[in-house]
Design a protein around this ligand. Structure first.
Ligand SMILES: [Zn+2]
Length: 184
């Protein structure tokens, strides 16, 4: 559902500017499921698997960078899919795990989708630049994403047109509902 939303959102962005529609190649379900099942139980291993999935999806060389984050043992992983103009869409998901359970829903479900989104969008030319962000240290208090935002220059910030955050996909657990029944 989130992939559909993301694509629809991106289409809306381009359509409103009179540009050609965004083209993408669907990634097959078994591959998406295999990536979901590739979760590891430690943050160290998760960072390694995350990197491997990006590389496997074609995000290699200078498109993929590691951003060391102060106070964290694992870096943010940043995968850039360049577009024809300077406008940027950020797509983020944290890969770290709180030390209970397997952390598949929160948030390997979001993180493991990032490489597939890259793969899907990389097959055709595109107008916007997409930056796929696998954040470290979210469960410690948004440490990785906060650092990423802090390091952006004024010029980089001015080019960001949208940010899509993927977290806890596919289920709504009662503990994720507030008193009004809204998902948080
Ligand atoms: Zn989360």
């Amino acid at each position: 559902m989130t992939l559909t939303l993301l694509i629809a959102f991106a289409l809306g962005l381009t359509a409103s500017q009179g540009a050609p529609q965004l083209q993408f190649e669907p990634v097959l379900q078994p591959l998406i499921e295999a990536r979901l099942k590739s979760f590891a139980r430690s943050n160290e291993q998760r960072a390694q698997v995350m990197k491997k999935l990006f590389v496997e999806s074609g995000c290699t060389g200078d498109k993929l960078t590691e951003q060391p984050v102060p106070h964290l043992d694992q870096p943010n992983l940043i995968c850039v899919l360049p577009g024809a103009d300077g406008a940027v869409v950020l797509v983020g998901a944290h890969f770290d795990i709180v030390q209970k359970g397997d952390g598949v829903v929160d948030n390997w479900s979001g993180a493991a989708l990032l490489p597939s989104l890259y793969q899907s969008l990389s097959q055709h030319p595109r107008r916007h630049t997409y930056v796929f962000l696998a954040f470290s240290g979210e469960e410690k208090g948004l440490v990785g994403s906060e650092y990423y935002a802090k390091k952006l220059t004024k010029e980089e910030k001015s080019r960001i047109h949208a940010m899509v955050n993927l977290d806890t996909l596919g289920v709504v657990h009662p503990s994720n509902l507030d008193s009004q029944g809204l998902v948080f």
